[in-house]
Write a protein that binds this ligand. Structure first.
Ligand code: PEP
Ligand code: MG
Length: 401
């Protein structure tokens, strides 16, 4: 690999920047040129096995999807709902990031609200498309979660554009960006803390969800659209209550203004150990729980999911760990917290639905564990849906043995 001259040699041929190659994602083999591919689909014997699996499993399988295209693919692969829509992912596109940045770089509530007004129709349209793709099946929409500095511009040109759009100086914008810096962003100003500091964000997202649900319900009288609003990174019931109050007020106002009846649920992710430890308290406010085992793993072990790759190799070599705990659920530690939270949650709200939407939701042994502790569903990325369906069936069959 000659990085400097942007070329590499393989099997006697020199490839230059821009030359097409194909990579087999399973074997890692590299092929010259573009190999034609077909979309993954369930048919023939595969379909037969999947149907058998569905006959036996009791655990539902949802998907993590943020776009209608992903949601449709997951439906084709058998997903029975969306367990996690990460709303921040809807703003990565060039055409949308500008309004999002204006929201972040606002100095006053009024400025922020003006930017949020621009964002609202985009979110509403996205949610409508998701509800349409899911055809009346459940859709859990998670409110804004990541630290805001992840979205701010870094290029001079973009900073200038943002300054002009907001009538601010480049220096003002740079100061705001600098003020967003955090030493440990994963444990910083993110998750429901954003909604506590800026309730207007949660208000806008609620409006978008409820308006979308009302429209889609109107268009499909035979569907039962019940929005599930999920508040991330809760560790204390009072913060959940604060955000839930904001959500309920905005939702009820929308429903009343539309003159319709609409049921909706407000739940939370269980992804901070304190939320699991106080799940009985949290369940007084949360109508459902969904385990965010990516964060729950990171916070239970106390190491960052983004940095663990640097030292996990040594842990495998020294036989301290057998697996990556971010891929395969640590049933002994993280699992214990989940099991406790399920019991405590159900003791307060016996009919609450419980799911998992961390990466573990598509890992077979983790799926089996979720079945054992009594979760209602696992949620995983679209292409892992079939494996989750199969693992859920195997768990149900193993239990009967
Ligand atoms: C999680 O923490 O498990 C989760 C699903 O949320 P995110 O990965 O977006 O933090
Ligand atoms: Mg998380």
């Amino acid at each position: 690999m000659d990085e400097e001259n942007k070329k590499f040699e393989l099997a006697g041929k020199t490839f230059h920047e821009g030359d097409p190659i194909s990579i087999d994602g399973t074997t890692g083999n590299i092929y010259d040129g573009i190999i034609p591919t077909v979309d993954a689909q369930i048919a023939g014997d595969f379909d037969r096995i999947m149907n058998w699996a569905d006959k036996y499993r009791t655990l539902k399988v949802r998907t993590n999807a943020d776009t209608p295209a992903d949601a449709k693919k997951a439906r084709e692969l058998g997903a029975e709902g969306i367990g996690l829509c990460r709303t921040e992912h809807m703003f990565f596109e060039e055409s949308r990031i500008a309004a999002f940045r204006e929201m972040i770089c606002s100095d006053t509530v009024e400025e922020r609200e003006a930017a949020l007004e621009k964002i609202l129709p985009m979110q509403q349209a996205d949610f409508e498309a998701l509800y349409e793709a899911l055809e009346g099946n459940p859709v859990t929409i998670r409110f804004l979660d990541p630290p805001l500095h992840e979205f701010v511009p870094t290029e001079e040109d973009d900073i200038k554009k943002l300054a002009d759009a907001q009538g601010k100086s480049v220096e003002d914008i740079k100061n705001i960006i600098a003020s967003l810096h955090e030493f440990n962003p994963m444990m910083g100003h993110r998750g429901c803390r954003l909604a506590v500091t800026y309730p207007e964000i949660a208000k806008m997202q609620t409006r978008a969800v409820i308006r979308a649900a009302i429209n889609v319900q109107k268009a499909h009288a035979d569907w039962n659209v019940v929005p599930e609003i999920m508040i991330p990174l809760v560790g204390e019931v009072k913060e959940l209550k604060y955000v839930k109050d904001v959500v309920v007020a905005a939702a009820d106002e929308e429903i009343k203004a539309a003159g319709v009846e609409l049921k909706y649920e407000v739940g939370t992710m269980i992804e901070i150990p304190r939320a699991a430890l106080t799940a009985d308290e949290i369940a007084k406010e949360a109508e459902f729980f969904c385990f965010g085992t990516n964060d729950l793993t990171q916070m239970t072990f106390g190491f960052s999911r983004d940095d663990a790759g640097k030292f996990l190799g040594a842990y495998y070599d020294k036989k301290i760990f057998e697996n990556d705990p971010f891929a395969k659920l640590d049933q002994i530690g993280v699992g214990k917290l989940m099991e406790m939270a399920v019991k405590m949650g159900k003791s307060v709200r016996p009919d609450m639905h419980l799911g998992i939407c961390g990466e573990h939701g598509g890992d077979p042994t983790s799926v089996e564990f979720c079945h054992k502790i009594g979760l209602s569903y696992v949620s995983c990325s679209p292409f892992r849906v079939p494996i989750a369906r199969l693992a859920a069936a195997q768990a149900a069959i193993n239990e009967k043995k």
